[in-house]
Design a binder for this molecule. Structure first.
Ligand code: GCB
Length: 600
């Protein structure tokens, strides 16, 4: 687990300089980098934008599909004024593992391609001079790591990944790199929890620092007026006439933490924007501020042309514009933690998100179109290492995202094989170990694939609400058979109802691949008309069952996948194309979702 995952800020005590831009880049197919001293820096690579996935910049297939070690190198200047400060490089994400060198010295390694880590470089730095940072990355997949897959070697000696999931294995420095100067004694972390008392609210907080200097915490409203202050590393802020953070009607306060005796010259200051709201599950209801809500929205991917899985503020801005236009109020960060800026925008826009760890592909047969394997995933020598990494990433995810008002729930798996008895002890361990990680005790859940039903799944006691991924009308009973698909879905929902379902059910995946611009009357599969028929069919079913508390269609936009005979240059279940233009289905949801009440 990381010591501190606070998002970088700049103020009198802290600076945050992004090292984005062009870096030097090299593949290391023969693993010669260390032998040849690449860790000291190099100039004979190709230039590579950061943040970006390297894959789509290449015009040859071997480079695009490259699997193995790859290296990035660049210089950065550290001013003399930074002397005496703690110096860190913060990597917002490197896919999937990285070792960091500064001026040739190995600083640290990190496993996991979708969460940040910071390298303390204080001991390796030259002040008032240029320094060199080198990243040795690796994008192989294995059963011991998240997301799960295999790495195979072709007969021509080239390695390739064989993911147990469909999204493309975009790799590289996918998110920003920051140079941070921090005070020696500083805030490492903070937490908040909320109690609503009539018009007023209590914000309980804890602050972790690495020293003994006293701590002062204050809260300012959106106009910058301080409304409450408290002393100490633990305390409560009383807020009169609190403005609550509401779904699609957000209100953010600014929390300021000061370390030191003297308020005029603090040792450290950290500020963040928080929202006062509560989240609870009560029977089959999801309650925000004690009021029931119905989720409308999407499963998504961080995916766009050119830079692959890189965080791109422009794409994100557009995605939120589309989600607002269509009447959505929520999404799932399928199938990995997104860039932290996504959560900041969701906080501001009042979106609820289900925050997912990259525990995807925990079912070998699932990726049948990739040549799925008929083996048990939850039985094998890889489980011990996998479990260590899984719980480590859950810890870091919750540590990173716990203060975002937009985070509704934690998704601990996507479509694991839960009909396998061997899954039960693994689930018990993960749910036991993650129980107390979130100070706000938000719901924990995971998605159930079509095989995992109320009759077959062995782990239905664990989640606080159910997330169902279902594809009648597409993977089965497609086309003219869609009426049987609807009948089957209703049969399944009747079974949940008859069993007396006591928790909310949210549909987190359903949809149909659709080639934008393909039309036919009457419809056939892959046409825009057929996608609308499938989505209307699901809507009819959702409208008939009270315990269904949300619909998050798969997917907001078309996205790149591995090659396969079920994918036409990507997954085309987007309601928008990959370049974010609407398919016919977008207008269907615009109409439906803008009319549905919040507590539908
Ligand atoms: C699923 C997966 C998702 C796929 C989707 C599909 O069940 O969770 O990652 O993209 O199906 O379209 O096949």
């Amino acid at each position: 687990m990381e010591t501190s995952l606070l998002y970088p800020v700049t103020n009198d005590q802290r600076t945050d300089q992004k090292l984005d831009g062009l870096w030097q880049f090299k593949f290391d197919e023969m693993k010669q980098g260390v032998k040849d001293g690449w860790e000291t820096g190099f100039h004979d690579g190709v230039s590579m934008p950061v943040p970006a996935s390297f894959n789509d910049f290449f015009t040859d297939k071997e480079s695009r599909e490259y699997t193995g070690d790859f290296w990035y190198s660049r210089k950065f200047f550290v001013p003399s004024a930074a002397k005496g400060k703690a110096l860190f490089l913060r990597f917002d994400a490197v896919t999937h593992r990285a070792t960091i060198f500064v001026n040739g010295k190995e600083i640290r390694s990190h496993e996991g391609g979708f969460l940040p880590f910071a390298a303390d470089i204080s001991s390796a730095i030259h002040y008032g001079a240029e320094n060199t940072v080198v990243v040795k990355g690796n994008n192989e997949l294995s059963r011991e790591a998240l997301p799960a897959g295999d790495t195979i070697t072709l007969r021509n000696g080239k390695k390739m990944v064989r993911p147990f999931f469909d999204f493309y294995n975009y790799s590289g420095l996918n998110r920003s790199v920051h140079l941070l100067t921090l005070p020696q004694e500083r805030v490492l972390d903070y937490t908040t929890t909320f109690e609503l008392n009539g018009q007023d609210a209590t914000v309980n907080y804890t602050v972790t620092t690495n020293g003994d200097a006293p701590v002062t915490v204050s809260l300012a409203d959106a106009d910058g007026q301080v409304v409450a202050t408290a002393q100490g590393k633990e305390g409560a802020l009383q807020v009169k006439n609190a403005h609550l953070w509401q779904v699609r009607n957000a209100y953010l306060y600014t929390l300021t933490i000061q370390v030191g005796d003297d308020a005029q010259t603090p040792v450290d200051t950290y500020t963040d924007r928080i929202g006062i709201r509560t989240i609870k599950i009560s029977g089959t209801n999801i309650l925000v501020n004690d009021k029931p809500i119905y989720l409308k929205g999407f499963g998504r991917h961080e995916d766009s042309p050119f830079a692959g899985r890189a965080f791109d503020l422009n794409v994100e801005k557009k995605d939120f514009a589309l989600m607002k236009w269509i009447g959505a109020n929520s999404f799932r960060t399928s199938h990995y933690p997104y860039d932290e800026q996504v959560y900041k925008i969701a906080d501001e826009e009042g979106f609820l998100l289900t925050d997912e760890v990259p525990a995807v592909g925990f079912k070998m047969a699932a990726a049948a179109f990739l040549g799925g394997l008929n083996q048990s995933f939850f039985k094998g020598p890889w489980l011990k290492k996998l479990h260590e990494r899984h719980i480590d990433q859950i810890r870091d995810l919750i540590k990173r995202d716990k203060n975002h008002p937009s985070v509704l729930a934690w998704s601990l798996f996507n479509e694991p094989d839960t009909i396998d008895e061997n899954a039960v002890p693994y689930f018990k361990q993960i749910f036991d170990e993650s129980k107390d990680l979130d100070p706000q005790s938000r719901p924990r859940t995971f998605t159930l694939s079509e095989d995992d039903t109320i009759e077959t799944s062995k782990v239905l006691d664990f989640p606080d609400f159910y997330m169902l991924n279902r594809y009648p009308g597409w993977y089965h009973f497609g086309g003219y058979q869609i009426s049987d698909g609807e009948a089957g879905l209703r049969d399944e929902m009747d079974k949940w109802q008859k069993a007396g379902v006591t928790k909310p059910v949210v549909f987190t995946e359903f949809g149909a691949d659709t080639e934008a611009g393909l039309h036919k009357l009457p419809s056939v599969m892959w046409t825009e008309e057929y996608q609308v028929e499938v989505l209307k069919m699901f809507s009819r079913v959702f409208d008939d069952y009270d315990f269904i508390k949300g619909e998050q269609v798969w997917n907001l936009a078309d996205f790149q996948t591995v090659e396969g005979n079920m994918r036409v240059n990507g997954n085309k279940k987007g309601i928008f194309t990959r370049d974010r233009q609407p398919k016919e289905a977008a207008f269907f949801y615009h109409d439906r979702w803008n009319k549905l009440p919040l507590d539908y």
